[in-house]
Design a protein around this ligand. Sequence first.
Ligand code: KGT
Length: 278
Amino acid sequence: MTWVSVVQLGSGADRGANLEAIEKSLRTAAGAGSAFAFLPEASIYRGPYDPAYVEADDGPALRRIAGLARELRLAVVLGGAWTPSGDAAHAYNSCLVFDRSGRIAARYRKVHLFRLDRTDEPADDEAAFTAPGDDTAVVRAGDITLGLSICYDLRFPALYRNLAAAGATVLSVPANFSAYTGPAHWEALLRARAIENLCYVLAPAQIGTDSTGFSAYGHSLVVDPWGTVVARADDAPAVLTVDLDPEAVRVRRNELRSLQHDRPDVYAHPARIEELDG
Ligand SMILES: O=C(O)CNC(=O)[C@H](CS)NC(=O)CCC(=O)C(=O)O
């Protein structure tokens, strides 16, 4: 069994205040006996793009989180942080996995960049300041194998199938999901990813409106491999602590063999287009 804590934050443009909130939540997670803490996207900073806040692995905010992981003997999955891409105008949006000695042991760079063109508001266009990643990663960690993703990736089911094929039993979906799309899409998509891959889904989220006017939906969620919601937050800061049972994934995958019935060899070819006349 593996205890994990899923953290909901309302990060803003004040990095010092955000790091204080992160520290408090990590201490709560460690105090609850968790082996892992999952932090949402944009935990360290949520506001307009600023190249000064793009950090290499030895940057000050990342070192502070590394120090907390080491002190608390707690692995930390930092949902999204800006890391250098080689182009100062565009950073990677990276999920960084700190092991319990504080080392950055794994990383994933967000592949799908959010764009929303509302008719009634200015567009959100993450690609304006973010460089896309182009590979995927799972992290083997004792009894669980963690599949990494970030926020808008949630809309691309092939990514999660790729992670499940690499052995993922727990899917990590840290988010700063919009309050516009969230009510209709967030829970349905998270539960779908859990059900179709027979995986746990851990989804730490942001709350509140940032200084750019972006409103986040909150409602951090933990879903089990049968699609049942086992923990949820509302729209206040929260630490959801749950016990993951690796056996539950094995049992469900023996009951329902949909992962083995997948036919990517078939879907690799475009569908035949037939005509119905008259
Ligand atoms: O800008 C940052 O600091 C980090 N990036 C984000 O928060 C991104 C772009 S605004 N948010 C999403 O992907 C929300 C997706 C979403 O809401 C949906 O798919 O409906």
